[in-house]
Design a protein around this ligand. Sequence first.
Ligand code: F0G
Length: 458
Amino acid sequence: MELPYAEPYKIKMVESIKRSTQEQRKQWIKEAYYNLFNLSSDKVFIDLLTDSGTGAMSDKQWGAMMEGDESYAGSRSFLKLKETIQFITGFEYVLPTHQGRAAENVLFSAMVKEGNIVPGNSHFDTTKGHIEFRKATAVDCTIDEAFNTTNLHPFKGNIDLKKLEKVLKENTKDNIPFIVVTITCNSSGGQPVSMQNIKEVSALCKSYKIPIIFDSARFAENAYFIKSREKEYRNHTIKEIAKEFFSYGDGMTMSSKKDGLVNMGGFIALNSEKVYKQCTVFTIMYEGFLTYGGMSGRDMAALAVGLDEATEFDYLESRIEQVGYLGKKLVEFNVPVQKPFGGHAIFIDANKFVPTIPRDEYRAQALAIELYIVGGIRSVEIGTVLADRDPFTRKNRYPELELVRLAIPRRTYSQNHMDYIAVVLKNIYDSREQAKSGYNIIDEAPIMRHFTVKFEKI
Ligand code: F0G
C-alpha cells in the first residue's frame, strides 16, 4: 500500500481555541451586522478567513528571532535575508517592506504611470488597487478555463498568450511597464501557473521588451504543483524549480505572510539596478531605511528561515495535501467546490450550493454566515459583496462566480479540524433547500465595502 503523507513536524506549543453554541453565534453574528470581519477571534472556533500571516512558525524561526539584529543600518538579519532571497530567487537586488501591498506600493510608485496598461493573470485586489490608484489599467489575461469551477485544467492560473499578445500589440512598449504573473493565482482560486506557460510568456514579453514581475505570495506552492503536475520537473527540487521560474522574469513582489511562513513582512527582489535605485527613494519614504524597510530585525531573521522551510518538499506536500484532503472530503459529501483544489484554499461554489437564494440577496455571504452559525467556522465571501458596485452606475457588479473561500493557515490546524469542517458543510448542504432568502445591505463604504459592510437578515 502507498504510504499517506505525514507532517514533517510535531507540535511543541498549543493555542486554545474556543467552542461556543449555535445560539451564542446567532447572537454574535447579528451584533456583528452579519459581517464576519466584525467578529472578535475568540468568537470563532476555526478561522479560515485567510492563510495570510496566520500560520505557525517553527522552533528554528523562533530561535532565529532571538538572534535578530535591530541595527537601523546594515542589520545582520537583513544581510542573511538578502542572501537567502538571492539564493532562492536568483534576483540580485532586495528591498524589504512591511507586507505584500507595501512592496506593490514601492515598486509601482517607481514603474507605473497614469494611463499605463498592466496585463496579468487575475491580479490580486491590492495589486489591481495599486495599479488603478495610479490611473492605470489592469488587464486580465487569464485562460478562460479558470472561470469554470468543474474544468480540471491542471494550471488554471495560466496566462492566455493570445489575450496577452493582443494587449502587447495594441499598446506601445512605453505604455506597458511590466506584466504581472501571480503564482499561484489567488483570484482564480489558488491555481498554479505552469513552467511551460511562464517560459512562453517570458519569450513573448522578451520579443516586446517588456519585463515580467512575479506576484510571488504563494510561489513555493506553485513550485510544488509544477513538480507534481509537469512531468519534466518530477525529479527537480522545489528550490530548483523556483530558481528556474524566477529566471524567466525580471523581479518580484512578495507577501511574506504566505510562503515566507511569517506573520508579517514582504519584499521586492529585482534584476535591474536602475529600477532598484528608483525604488529605494520610495522605500525610504514609505517603509524605512533600505536594510529594514518596515520590518524588525528579528522578523527578517525569522523570514530567512521561513523561506528556506517553505521551499522544502516535505513541508509543501503536507501543506498542499491537507488542503486537498479537505477538498476530497467535501467532494465525497457532494458539496460543490472548485476543481482542481487550490494550493491555499478550497472554494465552495455558492451558485450551485444555494441557487435558491437570489443573487441580489448575496448568496455566498449567506452561506458564509450559515457556516459560522452552524460550525463556528469563519470563511470569506468572494462574490458580489467583494465585487462591489460599478463606480459609474453604482449598481452591484455580479461576478461570474459566487464563492466562499476556506483558506487554510499553514501548519496550524489538524486533520480532525478538516474532518469537522467537512461535516459541518455536509450538514448545511443536506438541508440547503430550506435556504430561501439572504441579506440586505444597510450600510456600505464607497470602495472596498466588504471589510465594513453591514447587513440585515431578510
Ligand atoms: N498578492 C497576492 C496574490 C495576495 O494573495 C495578497 C494578499 C497580496 C498580494 C497582498 O499581500 O496582504 O501582505 O499586503 N492576500 C491575502 C489573502 C490578504 O487573504 O488572500 P499583503
